[in-house]
Design a protein around this ligand. Structure first.
Ligand SMILES: Cc1cc2nc3c(=O)[nH]c(=O)nc-3n(C[C@H](O)[C@H](O)[C@H](O)COP(=O)(O)OP(=O)(O)OC[C@H]3O[C@@H](n4cnc5c(N)ncnc54)[C@H](O)[C@@H]3O)c2cc1C
Length: 492
């Protein structure tokens, strides 16, 4: 019998995972990527002795990578030196107070005690609550193919639905646990891990706090891009035919069944199944004949936040900066209100990451490679002209960081690069430059993300942050796993 052929469009993390698993299952698998490298949003820039990861900087749930590498006879331990971080993040407030979120609970409790002694017990109660929601939902929403209402009819989920805190916002729940506004701000921040607002997203997403504080925060030595390199090698080992610099223009189907893909250079790759790692809305609008109406429906939905990224190469090092550091805005609610209204906030929360503590060669001696991320509205929900405001906004952020502890910062910048939502959209084909696909602000948003199996075209599947279970490294990898499972169920 002829080997069945699978084409995966896009070599982001979801696409890499889907391709590796399809090849390991015995399908003749081709992975077609528009850019000249794999990884998608997991991306890297090198310049004048500095190295920056310009996409994800925080790794959670590294065992998802291990599970994938096992498909190719390898393992995480063999391929990557993954360091568990002692401190998940350092938080700094405008009044100069600092909170280190240690991943060891005893150290964490001491940190909380310095902020607000009454919140020590509250944190333990909150973790028990978040952990319970994690365990109730992980099997259905993360580790299994999400099959719509059929998945929701899981008897365990129905039995324990009352524990999922699905009728109030994240912030309402957080303020019912914590006394200190600072601890509330720390916990509310987890809404941004799926690009949402704590004042609108469901309290159920408080489970994300468990993923970081309970399950740990990690860094792969060598940089985040090592993950893409390792998966690239794993895909080759599994026998995936990888075509870089090749954009797919059309996913062809006949009589309701996928037959292959056309590329910009005029080639046709026949396929029995196609997995698109390109956002479902973009796939439907630009690649699938007859997909425009469904794309329009997706276009009406709210997008997750986008990001304003600044890369600074410094000729000094700031000890104030941990591996991950957050400089909080004075008014978190006003900040999200501005983002929701499509405006830039004047004093935004600023996230900084540098990697020289683990990889000294990521900056010239004595220097520091700073990655800055500020959450901003996605293009579709705002009229911001980034070509006009980007430089000024970067300048304002630098000034503010000088005020809160990075003394004389602007005099130490030897390289500056800016990535706006416009570039994010262009570089990765992400609608509106949204980092995590659709927002999770609406009550039903966790259930109504675009399905992984196309409803009209048999043999067409989706993976990546734009579909189930959502954005972020582990979730995108899991979506690739589930897409491969659906391919197997369809092709046999
Ligand atoms: C600034 C930033 C910070 C982030 N921080 C974190 C973090 O700290 N932790 C975390 O877990 N996650 C983080 N994320 C999210 C995480 O990076 C993404 O959720 C994840 O990488 C998305 O993977 P994906 O499978 O959706 O593929 P994508 O990364 O979206 O890749 C899609 C691929 O498809 C390709 N493509 C598009 N069109 C075509 C075409 N026509 N033909 C062929 N190929 C095509 C693109 O070039 C791209 O390579 C961050 C993202 C960004 C942008």
């Amino acid at each position: 019998m002829q080997t069945q052929r699978v084409v995966v469009v896009g070599a982001g993390l979801g696409g890499l995972a889907a391709a590796i698993r399809c090849a390991a299952a015995g399908y003749q698998t081709t992975l077609i990527e528009a850019r000249d490298q794999v990884g998608g949003k997991l991306n890297i820039i090198r310049d004048r002795g500095f190295v920056w990861d310009i996409g994800p900087s925080l790794l959670t749930m590294p065992w998802v990578i291990d599970d994938l590498l096992q498909q190719t006879g390898s393992s995480l331990a063999e391929e990557l030196d993954v360091v568990p971080l002692a401190s998940a993040c350092r938080y700094v407030w405008p009044d100069g107070s600092i909170f280190d979120a240690w991943t060891s609970f005893p150290a964490m409790l001491q940190s909380i005690e310095r902020i607000e002694p009454r919140d020590v017990g509250n944190f333990l109660r909150f973790m028990a609550y978040a952990q319970r929601m994690w365990h109730l939902t992980a099997d259905t929403f993360l580790y299994s193919v999400f099959r719509g209402w059929r998945s929701l009819l899981d008897w365990r989920l129905l039995r324990d639905a009352r524990h999922l805190d699905g009728f109030r916002t994240m912030h309402r729940a957080v303020e019912s646990f914590f006394v200190s506004p600072k601890m509330q701000q720390v916990m509310n921040r987890f809404a941004t891990y799926n690009g949402s607002s704590p004042y609108r997203t469901l309290a159920t997403f408080n489970l994300i706090a468990w993923a970081e504080f309970g399950l740990g925060a990690y860094y792969p030595r060598g940089g985040m891009y090592r993950i893409a390199e390792v998966l690239h090698a794993a895909a080759l080992r599994a026998g995936v035919d990888i075509r870089l610099d090749t954009a797919v223009t059309r996913i062809a189907h006949q009589r309701g069944r996928v037959i292959g893909v056309h590329t910009r250079c005029g080639a046709f790759y026949p396929a029995d199944a196609v997995v698109s790692n390109v956002d479902p809305q973009v796939t439907l609008e630009h690649m699938v004949d007859g997909g425009a109406r469904r794309a329009r429906a997706l276009k009406k939905r709210e997008l997750s936040c986008s990001g304003f990224v600044i890369l600074w190469g410094l000729n000094t090092r700031y000890d104030l900066l941990d591996h991950h550091t957050i400089f909080f805005s004075p008014d978190y609610r006003a900040e999200f209100a501005d983002t929701d209204a499509g405006r830039l906030h004047a004093t935004p929360t600023v996230y900084l990451n540098h990697t020289v503590a683990y990889d000294a060669n990521h900056a010239p001696p004595g220097g520091q490679n700073i990655f800055v991320l500020v959450n901003v509205p996605p293009l579709r929900h705002s009229a911001i002209d980034w070509s006009q405001v980007a430089e000024t906004y970067a300048q304002r952020i630098a000034e503010r960081l000088e005020e809160v502890g990075l003394t004389d910062l602007r005099n130490h910048i030897v390289v500056q690069k800016i990535i706006t939502p416009v570039e994010l959209e262009r570089m990765y084909g992400a609608p509106g430059g949204a980092i995590y696909g659709l927002a999770s602000n609406a009550m039903t948003s966790a259930f109504v993300r675009p399905a992984q199996q196309d409803a009209r075209v048999k043999g067409l599947f989706y993976c990546g942050g734009g579909t189930h279970p959502g954005g972020g490294i582990p979730l995108a990898l899991l979506s690739g796993k589930h897409a491969a499972q659906l391919v197997k169920e369809t092709l046999g």
